[in-house]
Design a protein around this ligand. Structure first.
Ligand code: FES
Length: 157
């Protein structure tokens, strides 16, 4: 077994809260990702065994949703909105600035493994565009100064 007893117990609880094992798949994937940071093949294989769902189905679901990571990612994830309102308010400039500042392209992780930069569709904060999500925190009305402060805080953690 690859998972800790604690994680296995948490998965059992999630399964008990759902009518079918298939309906527990998304929250189980989220739980495992929260614990391990990403979903390795070993993790997905173990989820497959626990839920008695074919491994290919687990992998298909994990790779379909952008918020599941099937490759290692940084400690923090920046989701930079690229949708219309943010685009009209300069998201492209914010993205270029982030890439330059972090030394990465979209989808890449900084060399210190601290930050992964991703593109996102609308974050439901169009009125305060441009916006980005850092882990679970929304940052709005982005400027270079705000981006500088956000990155500085993340790097100092
Ligand atoms: S378009 Fe960026 S938050 Fe809606």
């Amino acid at each position: 077994m690859y998972f800790s007893a604690e994680l296995k117990n948490r998965i059992d609880t999630i399964v008990s809260e759902h009518e079918t094992n298939l309906s527990a798949l998304l929250p189980v994937l989220r739980e495992v990702q929260n614990k391990h940071g990403w979903l390795s093949k070993e993790s997905m294989d173990e989820i497959s065994e626990i839920l008695d769902i074919p491994a290919s189905n687990v992998q298909n679901v994990a790779t379909f949703y952008t918020m599941y990571f099937t490759e290692p990612v940084g400690k923090h994830i920046i989701w930079q909105c690229r949708t219309l309102s943010c685009a009209l308010k300069g998201a492209e400039h914010v993205e270029h600035y982030l890439c330059e500042k972090l030394g990465v392209k979209i989808g890449e992780t900084t060399s210190d493994d601290k930050i992964t930069l991703m593109e996102a569709e609308c974050l439901a904060s169009c009125g305060t565009a441009p916006a980005m999500l850092v882990d679970n925190t929304l940052h709005e009305n982005l400027t270079k100064a705000k981006v500088d402060k956000i990155i500085e805080d993340l790097k100092n953690e």
